[in-house]
Design a protein around this ligand. Structure first.
Ligand code: GBH
Length: 489
């Protein structure tokens, strides 16, 4: 009884009236994290199959071989989506399920049938799909052909994107080309912590980021030239960012450090796409200066955008933001011989002791950081329409279905978003909770749970059970819907 009252008061306290009538209420997932069915019905391997099957890479050597088994249990997922009353659902395609060797020469009809069913079922329930073309899981065959380090990847990605636009674009109106190029390049090629597990500090990271931008831009231009006039959808790229604040706001050095932290994370991709067509000035100058110190040729590490290729500037129809946490930032002064992204960046972030850590150690809970970040994006990137394409709160250890801390988190976060809309005039058009389901949390395996629904990974049925936070989110969505109806009458 008491619990119910608590939930009601939480959802009642979100200022739903501030949200626009066509606001997208969503939840997000990614193919490798939920689908399973890794080697059935003609699916080709991806770099994540290879990585997770390599001993010692993932917590307890867990894999996404089965995960939530969404490849078999899509009907269950759909029920969860409907239960929440979502207006939008963000999923990703497994590239190697559609094109097993990554090339459009070889299409897997069963993969096409699976995503057709998912999309058609969503549309039949008036739920808008938002599709990410690639969420970390590059087809292994393309990796063997050089992967994201090879300039050729832009051609492969463009062919894949065109195939998807042609096959599904009559129904899919929101496309995300790539998920979090920062995370993929940095953790995949600098730190070696996620697939493909390459550790080439200070060099590959920039090349991979560059090729991801080139690939994204090619796909956007393809959509713009060949599909937009018929399909009338929107295409963007999902960028993740912490909100960086100076450790001491009174120290000009810390203030500069915070700016540089933003330049080397969000700015790395947002500046080329939304602002100038090139990397932030501070990235160019820092990396050049460090290269000189290290005796490397200038321009060898951070690539230049070629005039012969379609421009990267303007290749996003909205701003897709993944936000999880914030950092207090100060300068560091790396030794002259250190070749790394961190040394180039020359700053370091830390967690303020007053911020609660929930579940996984990197996730300090700072909802007010989201409001500041939204305002920063409005001011820095020409006031775009913003969709928050991921945001969430994790649980570790014993399963707690009555996750009141996560309820509080969603309440606080949605309040911050309402302030951004009402008081800061930010054009926030949608919010996608990460995640619909507990799922394969990359190197953390199943030990970190982000779901609005719990998934029982110990049972073949992979039963889904709603968390308290799922009911809370559903209540907010339903209150917003009621409010809009009343306003119309
Ligand atoms: C998102 O990345 C992903 O898009 C999504 O697939 C994922 O499930 C979700 O976050 C939750 O993690 O372990 O100290 O090296 C969010 C950005 C980047 C934040 C990697 C955590 C790891 C820090 N994440 N980072 S550490």
């Amino acid at each position: 009884m008491e619990k119910t009252t608590y939930e009601m008061s939480l959802s009642k306290n979100v200022s739903v009236e501030v949200y626009p009538g066509d606001f997208a209420w969503g939840a997000a997932t990614a193919a490798y994290q939920i689908e399973g069915g890794w080697n059935v019905d003609g699916r080709g391997p991806s770099i994540w199959d290879v990585f997770s099957h390599t001993k010692g890479k993932v917590f307890e050597d867990q894999t996404g071989d089965v995960a939530c088994n969404s490849y078999q249990l899509w009907d269950e997922d759909l029920r969860c989506i409907q239960h929440l009353g979502l207006t939008h659902y963000r999923l990703s395609f497994s590239w190697s399920r559609l094109l097993p060797d990554g090339t459009a020469n070889n299409v897997n009809p069963k993969g096409v049938a699976y995503y057709n069913k998912v999309i058609n079922d969503l549309i039949a329930k008036a739920i808008m799909p938002m599709v990410t073309l690639n969420h970390f899981d590059l087809p292994q065959d393309l990796h063997l052909r050089g992967g994201w380090k090879s300039p050729e990847i832009a051609n492969y990605f463009d062919s894949y994107a065109r195939f998807c636009f042609k096959t599904f674009g009559d129904r899919v109106k929101f496309w995300i080309t790539l998920n979090e190029p920062y995370v993929f390049a940095k953790l995949g090629y600098e730190d070696g912590l996620i697939a493909p597990g390459v550790k080439e500090p200070g060099s590959a990271v920039y090349l991979v980021g560059h090729n991801m931008l080139r690939a994204h831009a090619r796909a956007w231009h393809s959509y713009h030239a060949h599909f937009r006039h018929l399909q009338r959808g929107k295409v963007s790229i999902a960028l993740n960012s912490d909100w960086a604040m100076p450790s001491d706001p009174g120290s000009p050095e810390d203030v500069e450090a915070a700016e540089r932290y933003m330049d080397f994370s969000l700015g790395w991709f947002a500046c080329p796409v939304f602002r100038t067509g090139d990397y932030p000035e501070s990235m160019r100058s820092r990396i050049e200066a460090r290269s000189l110190e290290l005796g490397l040729v200038e321009g060898e590490r951070l690539p230049k955008f070629s005039e012969d290729e379609p421009t990267v500037l303007g290749t996003a129809d909205f701003f897709a933001l993944n936000y999880y946490t914030s950092r207090k930032v100060n300068m560091i002064h790396p030794g002259p011989g250190e070749l790394s992204f961190r040394a180039d960046q020359g700053v370091e972030g830390s967690i303020d002791p007053s911020w609660p850590i929930c579940g996984v150690s990197w996730l300090a809970v700072v909802p007010e950081g989201l409001r500041k970040l939204l305002k920063y994006i409005k001011e820095t990137y020409k006031n775009p329409d913003i969709y928050i394409t991921e945001n969430g709160f994790s649980q570790m250890g014993p399963v707690v279905l009555e996750d009141l801390d996560r309820c509080q988190f969603y309440h606080d976060t949605l309040q911050e978003v309402s302030k951004a809309i009402r008081d800061d005039g930010v054009n926030v058009k949608g919010y996608f909770a990460w995640s619909l389901l507990d799922n394969f949390e990359w190197t953390y395996g199943f030990s970190v749970r982000f779901g609005l629904f719990h998934v029982d990974f110990s049972r073949a049925e992979r039963n889904r059970t709603i968390y308290c936070s799922g009911r809370e989110y559903a209540a907010v969505i339903s209150r917003h819907r009621t409010h809009i109806k009343l306003r119309k009458n």
